[in-house]
Design a protein around this ligand. Structure first.
Ligand SMILES: [Zn+2]
Length: 229
């Protein structure tokens, strides 16, 4: 991912010069600015918007690239049926009458990028591996507002696809170049041709390394971008 970014004020100035009639539409202007700057992002699941922390809004499904600063875990005994907390000594769930209980885990992560910080919450019985402090991850989730402190937090579901460790910068650049190249061909590119092209680019990484890190479909030797629905 390209790190290029612009402040709200700079964006407004840019937009007023370039597209004065549309300058009030910040979201549109940001897309135009990114296009002009050649900012490209790897394919994301439909519906997830790539954002910086300070750009997120309540209710949005976003993809953030963040550094994990602190982690915190909270466990509780809850009803298998409705997840309601069960107090010590209680034998029946007070909400649904369920009698089977299990341990649920909440995972909290304090994270941030170069624009701000927020808390990421992983939903209980989550199969997400613990994020490691000091590492950078791309995380997808829904933005909620915490009513108690009025701060945004990101809720992520227990889907491993919503989390991916950051690629090595060199590899990431090569992957983006290949994605852009593939994007030129609606019907895909023959594997031989793509191998040839990758070789010509002189990437440091091997063809297989790059292909293994991007979402593509290889059917009968024809490689196409994976279309997500
Ligand atoms: Zn219950």
């Amino acid at each position: 991912m390209v790190e290029k970014t612009i402040t709200e004020k700079e964006l407004t100035e840019w937009a007023n010069k370039k597209y004065p009639d549309y300058a009030n539409n910040t979201e549109l202007m940001r897309m135009c600015w990114e296009k002009e700057q050649g900012v490209t992002y790897p394919l994301t699941q439909k519906g997830f918007i790539h954002r910086k922390v300070k750009e997120i809004k309540e209710g949005e499904f976003v993809e953030l690239k963040v550094l994990i600063a602190k982690t915190h875990k909270m466990e509780y005994n809850g009803c298998c049926n409705c997840k309601k907390k069960i107090q010590t000594g209680q034998t029946v769930c007070s909400k649904c009458g369920g009698k089977d209980f299990m341990t649920y885990t909440w995972k909290y992560y304090s994270v941030g990028d170069n624009t701000g910080t927020l808390v990421v919450k992983a939903l209980y019985p989550s199969n997400i591996e613990d994020f490691k402090c000091g590492k950078i991850y791309t995380i997808k989730g829904r933005v909620n507002k915490n009513d108690r402190n009025n701060k945004y937090e990101l809720m992520i579901s227990g889907d491993k696809n919503n989390v991916k460790p950051m690629l090595d910068t060199g590899l990431e650049k090569s992957c983006n170049a290949v994605l852009d190249y593939l994007d030129l061909f609606t019907l895909g590119v023959g594997e031989g041709k793509l191998r040839e092209w990758v070789k010509e680019q002189g990437f440091k990484e091997s063809f297989d390394d790059i292909i293994g890190n991007i979402k593509v479909c290889n059917k009968d030797g024809i490689i196409t971008l994976m279309k997500e629905d």
